[in-house]
Design a protein. Sequence first.
Lengths: 883, 391
Amino acid sequence: MTATEPVAAVRTACPYCGVGCGVLASADGKGGAAVAGDPEHPANRGRLCSKGAALGETLALDGRLLHPEIGGAAVSWDTALTAVADGFARTIAAHGPDSVAFYVSGQLLTEDYYVANKLIKGFLGTANIDTNSRLCMASSVAGHKRAFGTDTVPGNYDDIDAADLVVLVGSNLAWCHPVLFQRLVAARRQRAGLKIVVIDPRRTATAEEADLHLALRPGTDVALFNGLLAHLARAGCRDKGFVEQHTVGEDAALAASGASSNAAATAALCGLDELSVHRFFDWVRRTERTLTVYSQGVNQSSAGTDKVNAIINCHLFTGRIGRPGMGPFSVTGQPNAMGGREVGALANQLAAHMDFGPDDIDRVRRFWQAPAIATRPGLKAVDLFRAVEDGRIKAVWIMATNPAVSLPDADQVRRALAACPLVVVSDCVRDTDTAALAHIRLPALGWGEKDGTVTNSERCISRQRAFLPPPGEARADWWIVGAVARRFGFAHAFSYRSPADIFREHASLSAFENDGRRDFDVGALAGLSDDAYDTLAPTQWPLPAGATEPKRRFFADGRFYTSDGRAKFMAVAPRPPLHAVDAGYPLAFNTGRVRDQWHTMTRTGKVPRLMLHAGEPVIDMHPADAATSGLRHNDLARMDSRWGSAVARVRIVAGQRQGEVFAPMHWSDQFARDARVNAVVNPAVDPVSGQPELKHTPVRVGPAGTAWYAFALTRHRMAAGNDCYWSVAPGTGHWRYEIAGTSTLSVGDVIERFRPPDGAGDRIEFQDAAAGVYRTAWLVQGRIEACVFAAATPDLPSQHWLAGLFTADAVTADERAALLAGRAPSVPLESGPIVCVCFGVSRNAILEAARAGTHTCEKIGATLKAGTNCGSCLPEIRALLPA
Amino acid sequence: GARLADEMRRRAPDRCDVTIVGAEPIPAYNRILLSAVLAGDKSLPEIFLDPRAADAAGTTVIVGETVSRIDRERRQIATASGRAVAYDTLVLATGSHPLVPPLPGTGLPGVVTFRDIHDVTVMIAAAARRGRAVVIGGGLLGLEAAEGLRRRGMTVTVVHLMPSLMERQLDRDAARLLQASLEARGIAFELAAKTTEILGPKRVRGVRLEDGRQLPADLVVLAIGIVPNVDLARAAGLACGRGVIVDDGMCTSDPAVHAVGECAEHRGRSYGLVAPLWEQVEVCAARLAGDAEARYAGSTLATSLKVAGIDVYSAGDPSAGGGEEIVFRDPGRGVYRKLVLRDGRLTCAVLYGDAADGAWYAEAMRAERPVGDIRTSLIFGKAFADSAAAA
């Protein structure tokens, strides 16, 4: 095939959130790809969000790890793999199996996950493998298991279309699962009766769309759902048959809900108004088809598992589970969190939805022929890195994740890795905050190169397929782990030739001695041929041997996977976050995501248009808290906790609850100097699930001591220095830096750091020293190379017009004269921040259209196209239009 | 004088008869364009004012006659040739004399000032023989003379007492840019250099500097400044300081005598530049036409210098300290701007390389307009500041 022939689109799956959208990707022959939603995929039916739609722009090889490295020097695969195997073997020989650990990722494919889990638990003899899914849905797993006996998501996405009431708890679905959210909004458009309730301390973009928003006090979800349970009991909503025949523990659960005995008491506990609580209770009371969708706001809590069970209790009590349009529904953050749960790659699982009971251990030992199999749970993520720091773990292998940024108390993770005798990192990106601490770096395949399966939030297994050649010497994670396993001498158990080989074994294990006792059973796929695997259409589980149609929902039949077959009500009492605010740390810090970024930005951070919506680390504050802290909008603030500190830009947001601050978790040292907000986050965990309390840390916030502010636009990434604040984001043809410094640091010195490397060319300057204004630009042969705008206040000109100059080969004479003004003379109004990333539509363009009489999202879409692609900006557009 | 006559005709065509009396033996001409004549950009005939226009309008023009005396009691003037001209109102527009330094040798052949057509004629003739010229004085006039002579083929050195060119109009940075630009064209400079002697003996052959060095020269141009010409006024007993003292109506101590231009002294200041002169003429003409309200309140010192494509503009006094300076530099484009603000108002503007906004800055200074709100747009000129104010 020559490059000019049209390339058939490859059906694959998106590597971002747990919605698991189908993607059609066509390599462009130049390293990139055209990307579109797969109209035939059941998860998205052709839709993509802003992140997914920009996948084709993440594929450039800059920043990729392309060769194995030891101590920063490229080595052969053989050398690297032998070093890993020898290092782990030596450590185990000297200190025992529990002295080694794997920390893996929901970004791994199921096949990768399976091999890693099999190696460490089956053959190295320790269950010290945990995954970043621990940060994401461990509490849901634990809650499911306590209630259902297994980690089972009962429903599927069709329930969103079928529900009459959708309760979103701790979920900013509009930003974090945009395609599901658009499906929900579309369903409401079609059925006027469908109501949306959002339960979230923050007034998020999701809350903007809600029929009712309960901005509850953080951590009071259990009180709220206990109150709901009590209300449902009083109101006679008990499904007598279901409760009596299929559940246990009802009385204790009802007794435990006593504190939330009515709407008034519940409202007081949750910091809500009674009327809203009553309305919520009443809507649930009279709506059979109630679907409770929940996410990190529930899970990332020291009471996360209890919150999950408080929600499930209400569904068990009303029998609203397992039928269309109803049930508890955990949506996962990662593309393959579910796959990781299926293979059991969490420290407290063994494999294939089996745990560490004697029967399970025996069964898996026989299946794997693994006499040294681990027989007890390993260390969960937070404990695992504590054990690394205190020396109990001496060799750790991190795959496809960035714990130095993403774990709570992230500086502790750094200390741990810095002290660990052997740190191995497999990743597709070379420079991450975690890889910087690695002794051995192994180049893994990235999205578009790797091949295997993922499972989304509705138990749907989809193929991720390769449409690009492997770059450099990068290899699939399953190949890397298998190659190390063979060097340990386990060739007999790790002789896979392909992902299909692994998948068949994984499917076989799910069916092995199952007989309907375990929910996860894909025995029907155990005999897939290589061709059938290659062409596997999205398939929901369970799909036991002999089944032709998957079971769409669980538990309508009242059959659960507990020892007695009954679901279990959990008696849960409200418990506040582990660390309370106090006079020293008076604000509650909540973390989350922004719309267009994914995790630690190693991919989305490469895409200019994804950096337009929110290009800098920010701290959202209530106006009163900002005033108390001596901060104004756009000031730089330092946020401190007892664990660490970070600096970010203040945004005063009316939708922020007083007493609480919010910051997105994405920024790493690669994109900002001092904005790893997880360094601030406390390491408290849920006692059952081990999931960290990422949503609640006592902090204090104050001015960062900034004497001047600046931004720089430059064609090349530059070293902004470690004595000032900076964050960096890519733009088209340039990088843009936000910078700030203290009075002891000269603005002029920092400006010099952005002088183009060759030093040639023209320099233009503008100074108003008395006002603290300094602006400089460099041009080489008429082309702008860099510009820096500094001022004593954060009120710098918009970068919009300047950024456009970097797309041209030369600036015109008029542009040059205007350059340090930062705008064309004829354009008084700046275009403002971009709202619709898909079509690059700015806030001001929307406001302008609104002033001209365009008052609905539909009409804005018709005139400006804004919001007509992924739709994730629609809540923001609506907020800009007259009510 | 000619301009005033024009103004009078425009305002009150039928109210008065105007007579212009001038000493130079040629019709009135636009003195400001002498530099252009020297530089070869214009010919002499091009700068003469059209006498037919004056004739047509009934203005009497008497040239080549020096006024020797004013008889205020009889309201008439006498010329050296004995002619007497009566007046109802007399306007003195006697201009200034070039300042001649008290040095040995200023009377030598080949030493000229740069004031009138005669001077220019001498310089053009000297330049025809190429050779070397020394221009004493690095102000506006001196530099225009130097550039004109250079373009006519002479090797030119400018000797300036101060360390920086045009120090009354330009700050050091702009002066350096101007100097560099003129040096690039071949003009040499001796700054902070005091001339002690013009060397002869029969005709000029050079100058001696205080440090003992001699600069050879075939032509020496004295361009160190001007003094208001108040001889007639003083002899007539009018109140004089450095110039003829006038009030806001441009009226001297005698209500029947007005004075405009370089000879006048208003509120303690005399002006050597063209823009204030036109302003004075307007007020004076309005008064004479019967508008008792017309007032002259003094001028912002604004200088526009054009030396063969180099735009330089200065308004206000850049050497006055204490203000807040806003500076813009684009050396690659040959552009430099400096603004000085005091109490949120513009007090000085120095523009080099692009003087398009000069008049706008001068107007902001004259009106004492607060500019704090558009401070960061100000230096980019009117278009930016207007749109900033609109935003």
